[in-house]
Design a protein around this ligand. Structure first.
Ligand code: FES
Length: 214
């Protein structure tokens, strides 16, 4: 984990942003950086997730309205990311309740090990490789039967709903990125990101944000 500076250099139509920063700061898919704009009055840093590779930095998935040229203080990479099992050949990426951009970084990893990839999302994803099959969320049960590895992206509030739906399918290896506000990134143990998993409290910022769904 490092502290460093970064800058927003480009904003895409789907509101992802290209950031430049030191390579040591670039998070793996599922990990995050905490980012704070130099000029911002907001005392809290925002989590920034990896979405795609880019020269001298990376493309970030985040829902903030920073402009090109915004200078950032960055801390990270933080948390646990996704791990696609080496034997997986049928990979499903499932954006349960938001954009699929935090899952997109898994596409080249899956292709590199010869896997097919299906993306499930009701929010359109732009500029995906043609080899990625896109399906709506209603195909979730069917695709989970097909897959041998599933990566979900879901908000903390919708985690119980995801568990219910996923029961309907087969049980491949599944990991889930749980989204919640993460203002301190585990430094102050503020507890804002706490989630109850099987009667045990976990911190999404430190124990996650990616958990094994089992
Ligand atoms: S964000 Fe403060 S403990 Fe997780």
């Amino acid at each position: 984990m490092k502290n460093g500076k970064g800058q927003v250099v480009e904003i895409f139509l789907d509101s992802r942003m290209r950031l430049v920063c030191l390579s040591e700061l670039i998070p793996a898919p599922g990990q995050y950086l905490l980012a704070h704009a130099f000029s911002s009055d907001d005392p809290l840093a925002a989590p920034v997730f990896f979405s795609d590779s880019a020269p001298n930095g990376f493309v970030a998935a985040l829902g903030l309205s920073w402009l090109p040229g915004t200078q950032l203080n960055l801390r990270g990479p933080l948390g646990h990311g996704f791990t696609i099992p080496a034997a997986a050949r049928k990979v499903a990426l499932i954006a349960f309740d938001d954009s699929p951009e935090r899952l997109r970084g898994l596409v080249p990893i899956a292709f590199k090990q010869g896997a097919e990839v299906v993306l499930i999302s009701d929010v359109p994803a732009h500029d995906l490789p043609e080899a990625v099959e896109v399906q709506p969320l209603k195909a979730l049960a069917e695709i989970c039967q097909w897959a041998d590895y599933v990566a979900f992206d879901v908000s903390r509030e919708n985690l119980p709903g995801l568990r219910e739906k996923f029961k309907a399918g087969n049980q491949p290896r599944a990991q889930v990125l749980v989204r919640a506000p993460m203002p301190c990134g585990a430094i102050a143990e503020c507890g804002v990101c706490a989630v109850n998993i099987r009667n045990e409290w976990k911190l999404i910022c430190k124990d996650g944000p990616v958990f094994d769904l089992s």
